[in-house]
Design a protein around this ligand. Structure first.
Ligand SMILES: Nc1ncnc2c1ncn2[C@@H]1O[C@H](COP(=O)(O)OP(=O)(O)OP(=O)(O)O)[C@@H](O)[C@H]1O
Ligand SMILES: [Mg+2]
Length: 354
């Protein structure tokens, strides 16, 4: 949770300093005023990267050399990030240079819901895996290590395949790959079943049209159902050698929600798609609080796109009940929530608050 946020020379924001509420913070302003840039700044602090650009130099204000984002967490830990066109990115956590980016994410658990999040249903399995893995990263301390190790071993196996090494040299990697893969699968399955429980409650409240529906999750390991990963790797060696890479494994996992046993993509309107993704992210935040007793940051860009006033209000009511510090942007204030801070943005500056 952030108690103080200062942004300088990021996009059209020259200098902004705000003290956000621990609950809901509404950021209001016209198109191009700088609302999404404020979310971008918070996202940078939590992850060390932007959700808008791969190249941070595009985020430096025109004619400037660097941008800076500085915050204080609720426990008074300073987090500072600076990107300079010449010297690159520097991050400081608690007054010392950051060693690993993952330390940031641990300090500020975050859920980001972009304006185009309804595209969730058009995305491939990689995106869905990342969504669950991101939740796991926050709640399961071993997961990051297991997933990184798995990916390294997979690379080694793939490179042995590409170099047309002998079968036994390729299979050298199988035991470890399978062992990490099985652990990753167990974590993901557990995370998904926990997610489903919280999701159901939240989704049916923000989308009451589906309050009588039945929800389930289908999870695909990434290899044949009736075998373990070690056996699958062994049986598919010849195929992998022909393909030039390892096809089966946790890197090929996928999952899908079912509503009344139907794919939601076949049922949902665009607004309902947005509510679905929102409920997923809110459920992840809830799990983070249950396991780590920490409030997540929840960044919701453009609440009004795809959602009518009634559903926006239902989302706000739900957020107020959740253990999250929310930053929500919108072009107009049609919403009310007692404990909400409102920041008005104009030409990259805050011109009044409450
Ligand atoms: N590097 C930059 N330097 C200066 N201005 C920039 C830079 N990059 C983008 N901008 C401008 O910053 C402004 C703020 O953009 P931002 O996306 O934050 O607006 P917004 O308030 O979210 O608008 P919308 O309601 O349309 O989503 C825009 O006018 C944009 O064109
Ligand atoms: Mg915007």
């Amino acid at each position: 949770m952030i108690s103080q946020l200062t942004i300088s020379n990021l996009r059209n924001i020259t200098d902004i300093s705000i003290q956000p509420e621990s609950g809901i913070n509404l950021i209001l302003g016209d198109n191009g005023s700088g609302k999404t840039s404020i979310l971008e700044a918070v996202h940078l602090l939590g992850l060390g990267r932007s959700f808008r650009t791969r190249s941070l130099k595009n985020a430096v204000q025109f004619k400037q050399q660097q941008f800076q984002v500085v915050a204080k967490t609720e426990t008074n830990i300073p987090v500072g990030l600076q990107f300079n066109l010449n010297t690159g990115l520097q991050i400081r956590l608690n007054n010392a240079p950051l060693k690993k980016l993952s330390e940031l994410a641990t300090q500020l658990p975050m859920q980001m819901i972009p304006a185009n999040c309804h595209q969730f249903f058009e995305q491939g399995p990689r995106y869905r895996r990342q969504l669950v893995d991101w939740g796991l990263f926050h709640v399961e301390p071993e997961f990051n290590y297991q997933w990184q190790s798995y990916k390294k071993i997979l690379q080694q196996r793939n490179s042995a395949i590409r170099q047309r090494k002998k079968s036994d040299e390729i299979q050298l990697w199988d035991t470890h790959l399978a062992s990490f893969g099985e652990k990753i699968t167990a974590h993901r399955q557990q995370q998904l079943s926990q997610l489903l429980t919280s999701f159901e409650v939240i989704f049916t409240r923000i989308c009451p049209e589906y309050s009588d529906a039945e929800f389930s999750i289908r999870y695909k390991n990434g290899w044949a159902k009736d075998r373990n990963l070690a056996e699958s790797l062994q049986l598919s060696l010849e195929r992998d050698q022909k393909l030039g890479y390892t096809r089966s494994g946790s890197h090929a996992a996928d999952w899908s929600f079912r509503i009344n046993d139907v794919d939601p993509a076949e049922l949902f309107s665009r607004g309902q798609q947005k509510l679905f993704v929102l409920a997923l992210c809110m459920a992840q935040a809830k799990i983070t609080e249950q396991t780590r007793h920490e409030r997540s940051l929840l960044l919701l860009d453009d609440i009004s796109s795809e959602l009518d006033i009634r559903h926006q209000q239902l989302v706000l009511n739900e957020l107020a009940l959740l253990p999250v510090q929310a930053f929500i942007t919108s072009t107009d204030l049609a919403l009310k929530e007692a404990e909400t801070s409102v920041f008005h943005v104009k030409h990259g500056a805050i011109y009044s608050g409450q």
